[in-house]
Design a protein around this ligand. Sequence first.
Ligand code: ATP
Length: 358
Amino acid sequence: MPRRLKHLELHGYKSFAGKTDFIFGAGVSAIVGPNGSGKSNVVDSIRWVLGEQSYSLLRGKKTEDMIFGGSDLRPRAGMAQVTLTFDNSDAWLPIEFTEVAISRRAYRDGENEYLLNGQRVRLRDLNDLMARVGLSERTYTIIGQGLIDTALSLKPEERRSLFEEAAGIGLYRNKREDALKKLEATQRNLDRVLDILTEIKPRLRSLERQAQRAKDFNQVKNDLDEVLKAWYGYHWHRAVEELDQARLQAEQSAIELFGFQTKQDEHDRAVSGLRAQAAGRRAQIAAWRKEADEIRVVNEVLVRELAVGDERLRSLADQRSALLAELPPLEAQRAEQAGRVEAAQAEVQRLSAEAAEA
Ligand code: ATP
């Protein structure tokens, strides 16, 4: 099946303000129109969608020139989009789709986007794909106005490159040139290596000795490493054992400490009890002291009262002695008075008897 375009869709690209779809049937397609009707814009759109970066080749100066700039009837567009669809049922494009649609979008801020079957891709990916099938950006696959004249006036070798690129071998020629450049660089490196080899040959014996020394050094170093490993391993092992022991001791000490702490708690509790008891006793002693003071005060009062009583007793005893001393004369007086009373009574009786007789 021959390679062919299926259709080209322009939307907002240059003079194509509205969506315009060119459907390419089998055979040759021709677009006919008067001057300035936009035929070259269609060709530009194909270059553009295939990733062309040279605006002069696209007959413009910048991205904005690719976007519909407005007319008397329509306002300017914000974005231009072109989609070119290839039939790939014979897999001429190295991609697993039977139909391949390549799109490019441009915005007024200068941003360009590339899409492959609706998925965003980098320009480099698109260029690679195109280069692999001979549709790289600068090929002469698209022959614009005036190119035939130019081609006819080219020198034979320039014309050869034109046909080479049109046939899609430009990519391989570039690759060959790259490979040749790499080969040259490798040859230069090889020459340099040979130069170095010649330079170091006289120093070879000394270098050999140095190499042997380096080898010996490595051997000794390896042996030392082994010995050190064994030494450190031994110490490590011992340290681990000591650590285990220390851990065990620490655990025992922790148990003992726990026992001591329990005992100390008990003692603390006992001390607290005793302190409480002592405080009780101290309070009682204070109460007793207070009571003793009070008793002492009472005692002093009593002693004073006793002394006063004694004094009073002594004075009463003195008074009694004085009274007792006064008693005998008074007794004599009482006996005398009693005699007188008796005499008076006898007088009274006699006088009474006389009165009765009278
Ligand atoms: P010729 O046969 O003379 O080459 P043509 O049919 O190829 O003519 P083109 O050169 O493709 O015509 O189209 C030019 C027309 O496209 C001009 O009228 C120009 O104003 C219009 N055009 C170009 N860029 C834009 C744009 N960004 N916005 C609107 N119109 C544009």
